[in-house]
Design a protein around this ligand. Structure first.
Ligand SMILES: *[C@@H]1O[C@H](CO)[C@@H](O)[C@H](O)[C@H]1NC(C)=O
Ligand SMILES: *[C@@H]1O[C@H](CO)[C@@H](O)[C@H](O)[C@H]1NC(C)=O
Ligand SMILES: *[C@@H]1O[C@H](CO)[C@@H](O)[C@H](O)[C@H]1NC(C)=O
Length: 486
């Protein structure tokens, strides 16, 4: 599409989005989606959370210990693995009975003065190692569980940290069930404490620019953590965290507006028939909207009701499609599986790999159903409310959205961005704020931006943009961090 036809298209879309109305109330039977979510990635975990009985490794005076590691099966490629500053280890979480948060840290392949980037995968309960090994990490895992260099790893332009969080996700574990987190206040406390100790351990990085990035449910995590850091920075913290921006890929940020779009979007992309669309819109959407509105007003019970009814609606949309991959509707699912991450799970469950990383004898939990269930009450809450204050303080916000995703599609994301009240809203909505995003003269996306806010619709990508369009994702993040995204 040329920039002009894009402008016309997006203007029409904006017009449409403003005039979507609400509907009347109806009944439906909820369908829990945890199992669908996990099986959709071809994961069949024996354990869905790591609680260990042995606490001998827990009580250590030092809260943050880092260990250099070398993967046993990494081929002898150049540059050698020793050239890459890379650490993995556990952070002993304060304010828990005995929780340890696992993380990877990779120094920039380019220059240690590059920005520090924190990556957060979604779920809630999905390990950030999914991104590390299948999206934007320094190396990728192959089908036969060996590693190859990723030419488009974000460690080429940043010092990047991948955290397994909330507790119970990935290699993070606790000695006590009660350390499992149920809300974003506790989750952001944990991340904030981790960052304080991380920068304490890496004083050379304190002056670098700092960015929070992530995907999917990170549409909740990133604004919440950024607001927390921004407030602490104003209150004279031990270490000032040099927060410059947040970037969210295919995020879930304002569930009410995003779920409202889902039936319409499925119909517009011809994934369901007109008759199915009308049925879902008239019988299921109203209950989902009613409960989400009440959730937005602060009723916690309604947040749980909203989760069940909105998720039930999404399940119904899926049942009426031709078994599409709901992260990328160009593709079909293989049975119930969107993507196959079983090789990642096998690799990280290999004892040699665990030994190299300093992980005790616990399973790797790629996606924790227990963490997911525990965070259900947060799922439908709106997290765009803190963003205008961040923008007012000059903290940049980038929303980038792969155009073929269904669940966190770009239309729903655009809807909340358009409706959000912030100081640059009027300019942001003007046609001249929309340009084509190109790499080497080839259009790779459509970019709308004004001041600190940018919205990039990425061509040729689904839910996982750095996996589908690695070159675009790397150019995007580099240009954005340096203030020249256009
Ligand atoms: C505690 O941390 C130190 C490094 O600070 C490490 O050498 C030691 O092995 C750790 N002890 C335990 C019990 O994990
Ligand atoms: C790293 O970047 C700094 C600041 O731009 C520059 O002064 C320095 O020469 C760079 N170092 C290397 C090894 O390129
Ligand atoms: C919250 O919502 C529930 C279920 O809809 C309702 O029973 C309850 O009265 C509401 N609570 C408040 C304080 O409005």
């Amino acid at each position: 599409m040329s920039p002009t036809s894009l402008t016309v298209f997006l203007s029409l879309l904006i017009f449409y989005l403003f005039f979507i109305s609400s509907f009347t109330y109806a009944r439906l039977d909820p369908t829990p989606n945890t199992e669908r979510f996990i099986n959709s990635l071809n994961l069949f975990p024996d354990h869905d959370v790591s609680i260990v009985n042995d606490d001998s490794s827990i009580n250590n005076a030092s809260r943050l210990v880092e260990k250099r590691f070398k993967f046993p099966s990494l081929p002898n490629s150049k540059p050698s693995i020793e050239d890459l500053g890379h650490c993995a280890d556990y952070y002993r979480l304060p304010h828990t009975i005995g929780a340890r948060m696992f993380y990877f840290f990779f120094e920039s392949r380019n220059n240690e003065t590059d920005p520090v980037v924190l990556w957060l995968s979604g779920g809630p309960g999905a390990s950030s190692n999914i991104a590390l090994f299948c999206e934007n990490g320094p190396f990728h895992i192959t089908e036969d569980s060996s590693l190859v260099w990723n030419d488009y790893g974000w460690d080429k332009v940043s010092n990047i940290i991948y955290v397994d969080q909330p507790i119970g996700t990935g290699f993070s574990y606790s000695i006590d069930d009660t350390d499992i987190r149920h809300n974003l206040v506790d989750v952001t406390n944990d991340l904030y404490n981790f960052l304080q100790d991380f920068f304490d351990k890496h004083p050379k990085l304190v002056q670098n620019d700092f960015f929070i990035t992530g995907q999917s449910f990170a549409g909740h995590y990133a604004p919440a953590l950024a607001s927390r850091i921004n407030q602490e920075n104003k209150a004279n913290p031990k270490i000032h965290i040099n927060l410059k921006g947040i970037a969210i890929g295919n995020g879930l940020t304002n569930p009410r507006l995003q779920y409202e779009i889902l039936p319409y979007y499925a119909r517009r992309c011809k994934l369901i028939e007109e008759e199915d669309y009308l049925h879902i819109k008239n019988t299921m959407l109203p209950k989902c909207m009613k409960a989400t509105e009440d959730c937005d007003m602060g009723n916690e019970t309604d947040c749980l009701i909203a989760f069940d009814s909105c998720d039930g609606m999404f399940g119904e949309i899926l049942r009426r499609t031709n078994n599409i991959n709901y992260y990328d509707y160009r593709k079909q699912r293989n049975g119930r599986m969107n993507y196959d991450f079983s090789h990642l799970e096998n690799f990280l469950n290999n004892q040699l790999v665990k030994d190299a990383l300093g992980v005790p004898d616990i399973p790797f939990v790629t996606l924790s159903s227990k963490v997911y269930e525990a965070m259900k009450g947060e799922y439908m809450k709106n997290y765009d409310t803190g963003i205008p204050a961040l923008l007012a303080d000059g903290i940049k916000v980038l929303l980038y959205v792969g155009e073929f995703d269904v669940i966190c599609n770009y239309v729903g994301n655009l809807k909340w961005v358009i409706e959000m009240a912030w100081h640059g809203k009027e300019e942001f909505l003007k046609p001249q704020s929309l340009v084509s995003f190109s790499i080497d003269g080839i259009e790779m996306g459509a970019l709308r931006s004004h001041g600190p806010l940018s919205f990039l619709e990425v061509h040729g990508a689904g839910h996982m943009v750095p996996m589908d369009q690695p070159k675009t994702a790397l150019h995007m993040i580099q240009r954005w961090m340096h203030g020249d995204l256009r």
